[in-house]
Design a protein around this ligand. Structure first.
Ligand SMILES: Nc1ncnc2c1ncn2[C@@H]1O[C@H](COP(=O)(O)OP(=O)(O)OP(=O)(O)O)[C@@H](O)[C@H]1O
Ligand SMILES: [Mg+2]
Length: 486
């Protein structure tokens, strides 16, 4: 089959694998549908391999007469100054909403960007929705398009108000309806409350709306038949929608205002943002404090200590390092939405920072993910880090006495319900040795924290430890691509 433009562009300009390009193509095939549904412009941008810029690989335009984009932009390079949302999304893996941006053609649009991720949670593209800001309907000399809902609504408001409570009485939103002379003829209960609060006026019925709510002036005087504006009033964030109501002869009957109080939503958004900043800061402090403790221990070691305590100091240092590895990974991972830790990366980190007592030791640590990518919450990751540390350390410390060489294998396996971690060495074996503090720690953490099992498999040579724990919302597996996927 002939490769599409999208595939050609991706292959030529990006580092995406064919599986990633497949995902992008699938998303791209849905763009025309969403463009029509949302009356918006849809694009997919991908990071280029040659430089830090992104390239447009797919687009879809709504079928409307007025076009923001006169020409196709596929194949064009996107610059950060024009489209910060795209770059924000790439850097953080998070969505960016309603950033105002200039299109390459120089017009104002509102833009929402969400990352497209592959199974490994990597951002492989940015999906962009753009809608022109305050698209003007009135210039277009068209019949205003009332939906059946709006018609029924105005009928309800105009005819049956006295007999039945209208639906708008039950809504949280503020509904205000004026007549053709801009006098208030209807307000739902939220509206009445709102006007009383803002204007401190007792009698509001049939009063000029601008006398009651002067802040509506610029909105009412807008030419547009439909107009939406977000504004701040008396420390409230309000979204005001205005709809001009016309009869069949196109004569103005009145104006409907729908006002939504977004204050709580905006406050929550701010709180959430603060929360993630605070959590990051706490992780930083935990990591720094652990490093201080480690430094104190090292200082103590340098000051001298009885030789028989040396290995205890080292054991403790390694335990501290394995915990701080978890925090280092969380902090290094800007892409994650939360504080998930990649177990394989964690194991590699522990292996590389481990303090080894005998520098002459020729022991290889081989870590084999077996196609798994296992993400765990930071809480579980701390336990797993300590367990891996104890077991690998045991192999290094006890399996190869007298500087004999050998290998330590750490293998990750997964099934539908479980993760299995195999740690084996080809050393001298455990013999009849009993548990000391190290294995005590392992046992406690496995049973109490991971709700898992720990056992040794009988092998001819060396030791073979197996740790099993269940998958849960805190332990998730992503299968990495195998050769057959390529
Ligand atoms: N991979 C291994 N190869 C050989 N012997 C081992 C291995 N793992 C553990 N052992 C034996 O099991 C014993 C108990 O291990 P455990 O980790 O509980 O204590 P430790 O390593 O001696 O001290 P620590 O409490 O600092 O870990 C060890 O002393 C050692 O004799
Ligand atoms: Mg030990």
């Amino acid at each position: 089959m002939k490769p599409s433009t999208l595939e050609q562009l991706c292959e030529m300009h990006t580092n995406l694998s064919s599986a990633d390009i497949q995902i992008i193509s699938e998303v791209a095939s849905t763009l025309p549908m969403y463009a029509d549904l949302l009356n918006a412009y849809m694009f997919i941008d991908c990071k280029m391999k040659e430089n830090e810029q992104a390239i447009v690989v797919a687009e879809a335009f709504p079928r409307t007469p007025e076009a923001v984009y006169e020409n196709s932009v596929v194949g064009k390079v996107v610059f950060e100054t024009f489209e910060p949302g795209v770059y924000y999304c790439y850097r953080t893996g998070k969505k960016s909403i309603m950033h105002r941006a200039l299109t390459q053609e120089g017009k104002m649009v509102e833009q929402s960007v969400v990352p497209i991720k592959n199974k490994q949670h990597q951002v492989i593209g940015a999906l962009i929705m753009e809608a022109e800001v305050m698209a003007s309907y009135s210039e277009k000399k068209q019949e205003p398009t009332h939906s059946f809902g709006q018609k029924a609504m105005s009928n309800l408001l105009a005819n049956t108000m006295d007999e039945y409570p209208v639906i708008s009485d039950l809504l949280m939103e503020i509904f205000l309806l004026t007549d053709a002379e801009d006098r208030l003829v209807y307000a739902n209960p939220s509206g009445v409350r709102f006007i009383h609060e803002i204007s401190q006026t007792e009698y509001i019925q049939n009063e000029p709306i601008l006398k009651l709510l002067p802040f509506l002036d610029p909105i009412l005087n807008q030419q547009e038949e439909v107009f939406v504006l977000e504004l701040t009033l008396a420390q409230k964030s309000l979204e005001v929608k205005k709809v001009k109501l016309r009869n069949k002869k196109n004569e103005l009957q009145g104006t409907l205002f729908i006002i939504q109080d977004l204050t709580e939503l905006r406050t929550k958004e701010k709180e959430l943002m603060m929360k993630s900043v605070v959590i990051k800061e706490i992780h930083h402090r935990v990591k720094n404090n652990l490093q201080t403790v480690a430094s104190l221990l090292r200082l103590q070691m340098r000051k001298g200590f009885p030789l028989e305590s040396k290995s205890h100091f080292e054991d403790t240092l390694n335990r501290i390092f394995s915990i701080s590895s978890v925090y280092e990974l969380i902090l290094a991972n800007d892409n994650a939405d939360d504080d998930d830790v990649d177990l394989i990366e964690l194991t590699r980190k522990i292996g590389s920072t481990m303090v080894i007592n005998d520098l002459n030791q020729k022991v290889d640590l081989i870590i084999e993910p077996n196609g798994n990518k296992i993400l765990t919450s930071s809480r579980k990751a701390v336990s797993i880090a300590l367990i891996v540390n104890e077991l690998v350390q045991n192999s290094i410390k006890h399996a190869f006495p007298g500087g004999i060489s050998g290998e330590i294998h750490v293998d990750f396996f997964s099934s539908k319900d479980f993760v299995e971690l195999h740690i084996q060495d080809n050393g001298v074996g455990m013999g009849e040795a009993g548990y000391s503090l190290g294995l005590e720690i392992v046992h406690n953490l496995v049973v109490n924290d991971l709700a898992g099992e720990f056992r040794y498999r009988l092998v001819e040579r060396g030791t073979y430890a197996i740790l099993t724990f269940p998958l849960s919302p805190e332990v998730v597996i992503y299968y990495e691509k195998t050769d057959s996927d390529r």
